[in-house]
Design a binder for this molecule. Structure first.
Ligand SMILES: *[C@@H]1O[C@H](CO)[C@@H](O)[C@H](O)[C@H]1NC(C)=O
Ligand SMILES: *[C@@H]1O[C@H](CO)[C@@H](O)[C@H](O)[C@H]1NC(C)=O
Length: 642
């Protein structure tokens, strides 16, 4: 929207290049960061009505006496607007109006929040309080945009710019209003000139402003080796920008020298912050060049500080790799979000997972969670390669498995393709992967969603567990049963489904169910598979009780491939895994031992008919502990999601 206006302005600048006044009049509506919230508000018309009230209030405040920061609170809306202080009141209001217009696509979509960062101003609203936030409660809530032009005398420029940004970092939190604009001219021969601003939301504390700017600085410094200009910031409302060309007038700089006191006197000479330098003509030419490059600059990088052991990907690249997240590229749909096949520019093929809503607790600990996942290295776990986050969409990038997921080989399009030995190997590999997650990794990671579609197969048909660690990122109310999980109920341990009792034993129950699926070629949630009308677990128990183990085996298997003893062993292990957790449901390392040994005597014997979710449902609300329920009648058919 500012584009055509700028071309016109550029023409004027070029015409009046010898006139003596720089005309820094422009609301600077280049989009730096933009996004809508993830959650839908319940009463959209009311929310939007309150939003309109907030916008009117903010505009009113910005229009009055030189105000460049405002907040407005309604019953359910918190809104904040901020202009760089070099903007005139008219430009500030124009920038704000443009921001409101862009965020309309969020309010029209009925979501709870929006963020828009222009070069000249910042607008954010949310249905929760955020005014004093610094860097917590944000997920990927940082941004960085590096220009694609290189400064002349790059090394000198880089050193000068880094120094200037450092000084702004130090001074800005100490300055009333948390804003500074500075111009730094290196005195040395051929010295470079840099222009930079720093700003924090005025409702932050000094230390929050400092923290926020540090995060922004860590991001912006990656622009420096190559770019003559860059911007970075945090959604909480702090912003940093540097350039080798002016974007504010010389008489709009802040004298930051008094705020630089470092508490020690190294005696090192401070660079001189120049007031007015150079001829106006040169500045005008630079301004024209600046506008020129703004037109061509389109490189956006959504970055969060690097997370140990991972790579941070640029959203744009992932979008291109997945053909704009097209339907054809979808590899699978899951409770955590859809997975796409992506081909990176390098030619590498990856699996790209776009996550759905994430919990606020996880947001605060996002980096820890991701580095946890990234550092879980085991041959039977899918490897996390990296991530990309821009505050609204969080994307995880995984290694790609050509052979798709186990469910396809059990009862899907590739059914019958796995022989007995391959099936046994898959069971053992899964057990090892889970043993690692539960008992050998730094912390115990409970998967919570073990099922055959979460087991991927590599070229050698070795199993790799996917989606581990993700349950920790889900909002609390989604951590156990919701519609998202309803599809996997056949796998969910009853004590978890009904009472929310979470321990690593819930994975072992699900693992037992997957063993039964692998042996039988049946889907656990299918009720009727000729000649029986019962669920898989029910059928397995009955066959076990009647000593008819072989009745469970997939007809697609060649009977010469397996021995009756081995089938019996597998069935017993599977059933032992589905026993009541307080009694004899084993740990994963015990399961590994049982699976690896041919000594039948070490295998624990399943004693009770396994309990299921619907057993609990029938007994509720009188049921108070799991042990009273183990004798309940098996009936899978009436589960109702809670
Ligand atoms: C809010 O303002 C916009 C723009 O003026 C208008 O289109 C919309 O109808 C208003 N919404 C409500 C709920 O008043
Ligand atoms: C800055 O300079 C411009 C042009 O010289 C002038 O119009 C403006 O009033 C000055 N602003 C301040 C704050 O001195």
């Amino acid at each position: 929207m500012a584009g055509s206006g700028r071309w016109w302005w550029l023409a004027v600048v070029m015409l009046v290049v010898s006139v003596s006044e720089p005309a820094f009049s422009d609301p600077q509506t280049e989009i730096v960061d933009q996004g809508c919230g993830l959650y839908h508000v319940s009463d959209v018309p009311n929310y939007n009505r309150e939003l309109n009230l907030s916008f009117a209030d903010l505009r009113n405040q910005l229009s009055s006496a030189n105000k460049h920061f405002a907040t407005s609170t309604q019953k359910t809306v918190y809104a904040m607007a901020q202009c760089r202080k070099y903007l005139s009141t008219a430009d500030c209001v124009a920038c704000f109006d443009a921001a409101v217009l862009v965020t309309r696509n969020c309010s029209n979509a009925g979501v709870n929040s929006a963020i828009l960062v222009f070069d000249g101003c910042f607008l954010r609203y949310n249905n929760g309080y955020f005014y004093d936030q610094s860097i917590d409660e944000i997920i990927g809530g940082t941004y960085r945009v590096c220009g694609n032009r290189t400064a002349s005398k790059q090394n000198i420029f880089n050193a000068t710019a880094a120094q200037q940004l450092n000084e702004l970092l130090l001074a800005t939190p100490r300055i009333h209003g948390f804003y500074a604009a500075a111009k730094l001219q290196e005195e040395s021969p051929g010295g470079a000139t840099t222009y930079a601003v720093a700003q924090c939301a005025e409702t932050m504390s000094e230390s929050n402003c400092k923290d926020c700017l540090s995060v922004a600085y860590n991001n912006i410094k990656d622009c420096l080796p190559n770019s003559a200009d860059g911007r970075a910031g945090v959604d909480a409302g702090c912003f940093l920008r540097y350039s080798d060309t002016p974007f504010f007038a010389d008489n709009q700089t802040t004298d930051i020298t008094p705020f630089l006191g470092r508490g020690n006197s190294s005696g090192k000479k401070k660079p001189i912050l120049a007031g007015v330098v150079g001829t106006v003509g040169i500045i005008l030419v630079l301004a024209a060049l600046f506008l020129w490059y703004l037109q061509s600059r389109k490189q956006n990088a959504w970055i969060r500080g690097n997370i140990l052991g991972t790579k941070s990907y640029i959203y744009k690249d992932l979008k291109a790799a997945t053909n704009d997240f097209s339907e054809e590229n979808i590899l699978g749909k899951g409770g955590f979000g859809d997975v796409y096949k992506g081909t990176l520019q390098s030619g590498d093929v990856v699996a790209v997972k776009k996550l759905i809503a994430i919990s606020s607790r996880a947001k605060a600990n996002f980096e820890t969670e991701i580095s946890l996942i990234a550092n879980a290295n085991h041959p039977n776990l899918i490897r996390l390669l990296g991530y990309s986050g821009n505050g609204k969409v969080l994307i995880l990038v995984y290694e790609y498995m050509a052979n798709a997921s186990l469910d396809k080989y059990i009862y899907g399009e590739k059914r019958g393709m796995l022989n007995w030995k391959q099936r046994v190997d898959i069971i053992l590999g899964m057990a090892r992967g889970l043993e690692y997650l539960h008992e050998q990794f730094d912390v115990c990671i409970i998967h919570r969603d073990i099922k055959s579609s979460n087991i991927l197969l590599d070229d050698e048909f070795q199993p790799k567990i996917a989606d581990f660690g993700l349950a920790r990122l889900l909002p609390e109310n989604k951590t156990h049963l919701t519609t998202k999980f309803a599809g996997t109920l056949g796998y969910t341990a009853p004590e978890y489904a009904i009472h929310g009792h979470l321990s690593e034993k819930v994975d072992i129950y699900s693992f037992g169910i997957v063993i039964l699926e692998i042996i039988s070629g049946r889907r656990s949630s299918d009720l009727k598979v000729e000649p029986v009308t019962e669920y898989l677990l029910e059928q397995a128990w009955k066959l076990y009780e009647n000593d008819e183990h072989l009745g469970l085996v997939d007809n697609n298997l060649d009977p010469n491939e397996y021995e009756a003893e081995e089938v019996k062993r597998m069935l017993e292990i599977a059933l032992v895994c589905t026993q009541s957790p307080s009694k004899i449901r084993p740990s994963m390392s015990e399961v590994v031992v049982m699976l690896s040994s041919t000594d039948a005597s070490i295998i624990q014997k399943p004693q009770n008919r396994p309990t299921t979710i619907t057993d609990f449902n029938k007994r509720m609300p009188t049921a108070t502990n799991t042990s009273t329920l183990t004798n309940a009648t098996i009936s899978f058919s009436r589960f109702s999601g809670r």
